[in-house]
Write a protein that binds this ligand. Structure first.
Ligand code: HPA
Length: 284
């Protein structure tokens, strides 16, 4: 059986991107979460390629997501960004949710920066906080690596340091320099699209989750299978169900991401600017 989201398919998609942005050599891929797509406007010399022009990419269906791959430079680095990811709750298989990571890798990216909107579970998190992801819980009911093993991929990837200690350190130093409070915690990825019940949030807290969302996990698993280093930030857009007793809405999620997008954008830019420092390359 041949996978629709194979290495060959990723190479084809990467070739379509390269045809439009041939002088760029992105070494890091960035995935912009719900309401965080504004970062793409800060990308210099940007070439925007709509999803419909990329073979294998479907149109996104969620409000607040704009479907494009943007190649350009940010923080002094060449980057490739995804604005409008593919969620499993749209009915997409996990392999498609993670397919853009294969495409980034085919373009030459060795690092991945993921972002998302998430509900805060830990009492240490407030709405509007940025949380560096230290680890995740895959509660999506599947895994994007299920199926045929792809070329260049590790069949049983080690997930011990799924979120690179070196990149986490860089993120922390970037936040310190900017005076941005950066929380840290475990992200639980659930299928969605319904938000959790208060009892499910209680369960997630017992399992060790600090925040909950409906994305990110498939992309990070595939990145690790391809040997890429990963860093990630959750924007805490709301208190998870039952934490404060107020009802959850997608409008609140977008309102919070709007409010913190400037801090998020400066954090990512500073992180990128720091990640070129040669003395750091010895640390994973
Ligand atoms: N739960 C799941 N996904 C989310 C939430 C939440 O509370 N907020 C933003 N994305």
């Amino acid at each position: 059986m041949k996978s629709e989201y194979s290495t060959e398919a990723a190479i084809k998609a990467a070739a379509a991107i390269r045809r439009r942005a041939d002088s760029q050599q992105p070494k890091i891929g960035i995935i912009l979460g719900s309401g965080l797509g504004g970062l793409s406007k800060s990308i210099g010399d940007a070439v925007r390629i709509p999803f419909r022009e990329i073979p294998g990419f479907p149109e996104p269906t969620v409000a607040g997501h704009e479907g494009a791959v943007i190649v350009g430079s940010l923080g002094g680095r060449e980057v490739v960004a995804l604005s409008g990811r593919f969620h499993m709750y749209e009915g997409h298989p996990a392999a498609l949710a993670a397919f853009p990571v294969r495409v980034f890798h085919a373009l030459g990216a060795q690092e991945l920066f993921v972002s998302n909107a998430a509900g805060g579970i830990s009492s240490k998190l407030a709405v509007g906080d940025l949380m560096m992801i230290s680890d995740h819980l895959n509660l999506m009911g599947t895994n994007p690596l299920v199926g045929v093993e792809q070329k260049e991929e590790i069949r049983f990837p080690d997930m011990t340091d799924a979120y690179s200690p070196r990149l986490r350190w860089l993120l922390r130093t970037a936040a310190e320099k900017l005076g941005i409070t950066l929380r840290e915690g475990v992200y639980a990825g659930l299928l969605g699209p319904s938000y959790e019940t208060p009892s499910e949030v209680k369960m997630l807290r017992l399992l060790g989750a600090d925040a909950v969302g409906m994305s990110t996990v498939p992309e990070v698993i595939v990145a690790r299978a391809l040997g890429m280093l990963v860093a990630g930030v959750s924007c805490i857009t709301n208190a998870a169900a039952g934490v404060t007793g107020s009802a959850l809405s997608h409008a609140e999620v977008l309102e919070t991401t709007n409010r913190v997008s400037a801090a998020f954008e400066s954090l990512v830019t500073e992180f990128l600017a720091r990640s070129t420092a040669p003395q750091l390359s010895a640390i994973r």
